[in-house]
Design a protein around this ligand. Structure first.
Ligand SMILES: O=C(O)CCC(=O)C(=O)O
Ligand SMILES: [Fe+2]
Length: 419
């Protein structure tokens, strides 16, 4: 599809789709893309695309074959996911599926959700009442039960067998995520994610346009919760003209951007779109600041800018702190991240953690060991203990425990509440 055809199909102005100042960073190779993922700032609306990334990252066999086939052979998201579920009864690899089912009444920009019962019953009920031209969007599609991941063993409900996560060094947060399925004129309404962390979109099938706005944008006030499909309102057109990044994802492209900034998508073209998402936080302090800013916002707003529950947020922040405490000895970047984390953790969610002081000391002993600066240890150690816990107790040296897989279960819970 060329940009002109995309503009006609979506209603997104060609002046926006073709605006070079909004085009994403196109990674030249896998290393450049992974560098953006692991180290880049995503906090100002930057986006990076690795064209044909699914093949180049060796992920083409990572999605369930019967879901791919169902999406390739059906015209609606609801039909495709129903087919994948029903094939499962005959022993195919898609386990029982779970997810949200959205649809838009004719001429409406705000979505409706099919509620109650399991995924299959939602799909059947939707099919019965909806006319074929009513667009549906299946969001956050995943297994209804967690099971051990084939390579890492972690308990996860993702449908993929390998992810960008497997190609990255340890990052503070990584969730293997879930999938979205939709036909033309469906997509995600303008929103920010519940947790303000970064996304990786693996666009397995079909075409999708994505817009991301910068942190100072007011688009959530003017267009929050709206699907950006034709005919666009004048307010939507104006909003799109202020987007920071706008990208057309073609089949097999992989993109990364922050879900902590306003973003909206729309499927275009005649094929069904299937995108798998992963979520993560990297070592770049700007992304940490964004996540913590999101953690401080109030929790009582409309879905498109709502926060996750205090309990989930707390476990996410504990996870970050646990990983950061173990990893910060590796580079200047991880050390800066740790310092920023200790300095900025919001009071509202700061959990008293009796072990943080000991972990901090363990990490500092490693730094001292690595750099031969043992004489500085006592001073730094006291500073860090005070910042992190306010606890003066000096514990014995303890090797920081390795980051296990336990943390991803909290994350998956938190992620599943995301809009
Ligand atoms: O429709 C999409 O691809 C975007 C999904 C999304 O925004 C999310 O996962 O939070
Ligand atoms: Fe999102």
């Amino acid at each position: 599809m060329d940009l002109e055809a995309v503009s006609v199909a979506s209603g997104w102005p060609l002046s926006v789709l073709g605006d070079a100042s909004k085009s994403p960073i196109i990674a030249r190779d896998v290393a450049e893309f992974l560098d953006f993922v692991c180290h880049g700032s995503h906090a100002r609306g930057q986006m990076c695309v690795l064209a044909e990334g699914i093949d180049r990252l060796n992920l083409s066999a990572s999605a369930p074959e019967n879901l791919l086939q169902a999406c390739a052979s059906k015209l609606s998201a609801a039909d495709a996911v129903l087919e994948a579920i029903d094939q499962d009864d005959e022993g195919a690899e898609v386990d029982c599926l779970d997810g949200q089912l959205y649809w838009w009444p004719a001429g409406e920009r705000h979505r409706e959700e099919v509620l109650g019962g399991d995924m299959r019953s939602k799909l059947l009920r939707f099919r019965e009442f909806s006319a074929s031209e009513v667009g549906s969007y299946v969001a956050e599609l995943k297994r209804s039960r967690r099971c051990p991941h084939p390579s890492s063993g972690e308990h996860t409900d993702t449908l993929t067998t390998a992810d960008v996560k497997d190609l990255c060094p340890q990052l503070p947060l990584f969730d293997r995520g879930h999938a979205f399925v939709g036909a033309a004129n469906a997509g995600i309404c303008l929103h920010v994610d519940q947790a303000w962390w970064s996304n990786i979109a693996k666009n397995f099938l079909g075409h999708k346009i994505v817009a991301v706005w910068g942190p100072d944008s007011d688009v959530l006030k003017t267009c929050g919760g709206e699907l950006f499909r034709r005919p666009l309102s004048a307010v939507q057109e104006r909003a799109l003209s202020t987007a920071r990044s706008v990208a057309l994802l073609r089949p097999k492209d992989v993109a990364s951007f922050s879900g902590g900034l306003p973003h909206a998508t729309l499927v275009v073209g005649s094929e069904l779109n299937l995108t798998f998402y992963e979520s993560f936080l990297n070592w770049n302090c700007e992304n940490l600041e964004l996540l913590l800013k999101g953690a401080r916002r109030s929790r009582d707003q409309a879905w498109w800018q709502n926060n996750m529950s205090a309990g989930h947020l707390k476990t996410v922040l504990e996870d970050i702190r646990r990983v950061a405490a173990n990893e910060r000895t590796r580079s200047v970047e991880t050390e800066a991240f740790w310092q920023a984390l200790c300095a900025r953790q919001p009071d509202a969610v700061a959990a008293p953690d009796p072990d943080a002081g000991r972990r901090a000391r363990g990490g500092l002993l490693e730094i001292a060991h690595n750099f031969g600066r043992k004489q500085d240890l006592q001073t730094i150690s006291v500073d860090v203990r005070v910042q992190c816990t306010g606890n003066e107790e000096v514990g014995d040296f303890e090797t920081p425990e390795q980051n296990g897989s336990a943390h991803s279960s909290h994350l998956t819970q938190a992620r599943s509440l995301q809009a």
